[in-house]
Design a protein. Structure first.
Ligand code: ATP
Length: 251
């Protein structure tokens, strides 16, 4: 039987009372490799942030016994400021912070591991380059090297292969399989259904509400995809979260 690591119980998350994730329940098993798929604005990134405790539940909850340091998180490219003048090696070394703290001096071992991580992602020789000078694919490799150094139990990837060339995507998918083979739990937000079908055994299909969750082929059945699309077309961005009976004001 699978070993539940993260449990959603009737999870609802709202921004300014407008629901982004609505009544989601289910569990992510330890060591599983799960894709979160769904239309734009479906709440996928919000769900990842909820797992890490970065957004608060309006209703229900996320349960696990993990701390923030147990999560390795790759944000969407759009959320990262690449103008910051920092070298490739220093960016990778930030992966050591969750275990060592930001103000501890860098050990020789951290340095060796960071260089090894850069070799693993094919960026040996890029150590002193400023991150602002890298291509999108090279920068994504740097962020994966940082995750390698972090050595987290649970890896959360938000659109890791968007706008990335085919060769880099292939190399990074190999790393994802390597993490999964190591027994880590990997959860990735993805748009490309072919990639999901080829590489992710489990899928959670979200359209603010949960459409399906389970074996990928079944979760992404034509009926489920149609349902997700219909939900997305019917969204009312101004809708309020539904309040449970007991919280509704008396008429
Ligand atoms: N910080 C925020 N403040 C207000 N609304 C937000 C915030 N973050 C997300 N939202 C809204 O919540 C909804 C879900 O957003 P989210 O980014 O989780 O969706 P997504 O499925 O990851 O979308 P995409 O595939 O386009 O990245 C959207 O309507 C979005 O505009």
């Amino acid at each position: 039987m699978s070993d539940p690591l993260i449990r959603f119980s009737n999870l609802t998350i709202a921004y300014d009372r407008h629901p982004a994730v609505h009544h989601v329940s289910g569990t992510i098993a330890r060591g599983s490799l799960t894709a979160i798929a769904g239309p734009n604005g479906a709440g996928k990134s919000t769900l990842l942030k909820a797992i890490m405790g970065e957004v608060r539940a309006a209703e229900g909850r996320v349960e696990h016994r993990l701390s923030r340091a147990d999560f390795g998180y790759l944000p969407q490219a759009a959320e990262i400021n690449r103008r910051f003048p920092i070298s490739v090696l220093d960016t990778v070394l930030m992966g050591a912070w969750p275990r060592s703290g930001a103000f501890r001096s860098i050990s020789r071992q951290d340095m060796q591991e960071a260089r090894r991580a850069l070799q693993t992602v094919g960026l040996e020789g890029f150590e002193t380059r400023s991150i602002g000078t890298l291509s999108a694919g090279q920068f994504q490799r740097v962020l994966f090297a940082r995750l390698l150094l972090q050595d987290a139990k649970v890896i959360l990837l938000d659109e890791p292969f968007t706008a990335i060339d085919a060769r880099t995507t292939r190399d990074l998918i190999e790393l994802v399989h390597h993490w999964h083979g190591d027994g880590r739990t990997v959860i990735a937000v993805l748009h490309d259904f072919d990639q999901v079908r080829a590489h992710f055994p489990q899928t959670l299909l979200l359209a603010r509400e949960l459409i399906s969750w389970g074996e990928t082929e079944e979760a992404l059945s034509p009926q489920n995809l149609l349902k997700a699309r219909a939900m997305a077309e019917a969204w009312d961005e101004q809708a309020e979260i539904c309040m449970p009976e007991r919280k509704r004001p008396a008429a």
